[in-house]
Design a protein around this ligand. Structure first.
Ligand code: FE2
Length: 218
């Protein structure tokens, strides 16, 4: 490694609760593996890829630039989505944002963007449960229109609009549920609503909205 490489940029965040805190919706065994092994792997992958890119720059060896850029997108997006995912959940979760977020702003935004909470819930559930291969269902703030949108993310980084800020993410990879739900992804997605931390989602919405005007400076 050359001198331009060095310190790790990304670190694995600690879980805000015990492994078993989301039971019975998600088993402690799944959370432990998911956080300690899978998420940790994306953190390492993002840091390793940054080092490899630094080495490529230093040596001016660009033969694998396409692979490196793809790996950066994959691992970095995996790290970001999982960091949001843990905070999006709580053992004391569920219900609807109107009851939980205190201000009603998120509930209003969901109603304006999707027609009603029920229609939003149906869309995010369907998008999550019908991912092909590996992916996520995501509620995101889209800053150009100021709307909320549901995205069906492919792997961690595909099929998304540039600039959209994820505020509620449902991990639909098999590692998120298979030990407990086997092949019943629909059941897992339905159960996920019982652990949604609406206070966290609401705080993310407020922050995304505040920062949204910076997307286009022209
Ligand atoms: Fe995951």
């Amino acid at each position: 490694m050359g001198k331009a490489t060095g310190m790790a940029t990304y670190t694995l965040p600690e879980l805000p609760y015990d492994y078993s805190s989301l039971e019975p919706v998600i088993s402690g065994e799944i959370i432990e593996l998911h956080h300690d092994k899978h998420h940790a792997g994306y953190v390492k992958g993002a840091n390793d890829t940054l080092e490899q890119l630094a080495e490529a720059r230093e040596k001016e060896q660009w033969g694998n630039i396409t692979g490196l850029e793809k790996n950066l997108a994959f691992h970095l997006s995996g790290h970001i989505l999982h960091s949001i995912y843990w905070r999006n959940m709580t053992g004391d979760g569920g219900g609807e944002p109107l009851e939980k977020d205190g201000t009603g702003e998120l509930a209003d935004a969901i109603a304006e963007s999707f027609g009603s909470f029920a229609r939003f819930k149906a869309q995010l559930s369907k998008a999550s449960a019908t991912t092909q291969g590996s992916g996520w269902g995501v509620l995101a703030y889209e800053p150009l229109s100021g709307r909320l949108v549901v995205e069906q993310v492919y792997d961690h980084q595909g099929n998304i609009g540039q600039g959209s800020v994820p505020i509620l993410v449902f991990d639909a990879w098999e590692h998120a549920f298979y030990l407990q739900y086997r092949n019943q992804k629909v059941d897992f997605v339905e159960a996920m609503w019982r652990v949604v931390n609406w206070q966290d989602v609401s705080a993310r919405y407020t922050a995304a909205k505040a920062g949204g005007g910076k997307l286009l400076l022209a």
